[in-house]
Design a protein around this ligand. Sequence first.
Ligand code: GLY
Length: 379
Amino acid sequence: MYNKIVSENKEWIDGVWEKIDKKMKTVSELSKDKIPYTTVNGVHNNMAKDDVSWWTNGFWSGFMWLLYVGTGDERYRAVAETAENLLDAALEDYDGLHHDVGFMWHISAGVNYRLFGGKKSRLRATYAANILASRYNPDGRFIRSWNGDNRGWVIIDSMMNIPLLYWASEEYDDNRFKAVALSHAETVMKNHVRADATVHHIVKLDEETGEFVEAFGGQGCGLGSAWTRGQAWAVYGFILSYIHTGRQEFLDTAKRVANMFIANASANDWVIPIDFRQPEEPRLIDTTAAAIAACGMIEIAKSVGENEKKLYLKSAIRLLKTLDERFCDYGLEEQSILQMGSEAYRLEQPEKIHIPIIYGDYFFTEAIYKLKGFDMLFW
Ligand code: GLY
């Protein structure tokens, strides 16, 4: 069933991949000394200068690695490695780092190491894994998310960072990393996923007992709402924990949160709002949530039985076709591809809404890369 659906869509998949590659051959050369986050007047900004510790700074390198693996073009490898080197300033600074080190190093240095086995890349991924593992609170059974006053806070996004720990366990043949990741994933499954399969963005846990203290609306539109990127992090994050551990409850959870995403996507004509429970007006959109969820759904489709694959794969393709047709810019006047990403439901910060964001380009490309049949799993 999986192969049948992919082959029915082959022409479209190949066409999108070619458009991405064609554009990025030029753009990667123009931005080869940068770590982009967004664009300003169509031109990539540079986080290596603006904020090298920013949590999204691994995505540009990861994006280049997707294109390298998919095309074999050495120019992409060179740009990925330049960005990986630039990111060393964040490791050296250390203070700006927190649980997002998986986003930063697993798909940059980590992919480089898995492809080429370089010692420096291995060390970078190892330092990141150790930083992440060191944030584990054994009393509360969770990895602390951010720094500062936010003690006991755990955010759903963390599910995308723990694959770095599954990698470290394998790489060092040391079960401690996996034990931390598993324990954290169980805590998130228990506390963040609600009975109706929506998820909390932020939960505060008691640092000594791990008991639920309170939840916060976070980047969604309010307490009890359903922030779509958080839902997407859950879809992809839980299926990744299933892939790395084989634990059935992670697959079941991934399916539950994906089913909720699909039901709401369908009710919104497959154009994903910032929050599934936001007011009808203004009609705010977050394309990045669709791209991330599509990646997760493709992996779910690969993991479930024959008679279940259609729902997840067709839903992923529906999301991606909507992005391709309505929200992608393949021209060279604009250096980003996926438009209309949104950081959060913040009406008072319109500059953070409906903008290109680097992880939109990354996950849109990763989803197409998966559909093309490239099977190296970056996470
Ligand atoms: N990890 C933060 C976000 O998704 O915006």
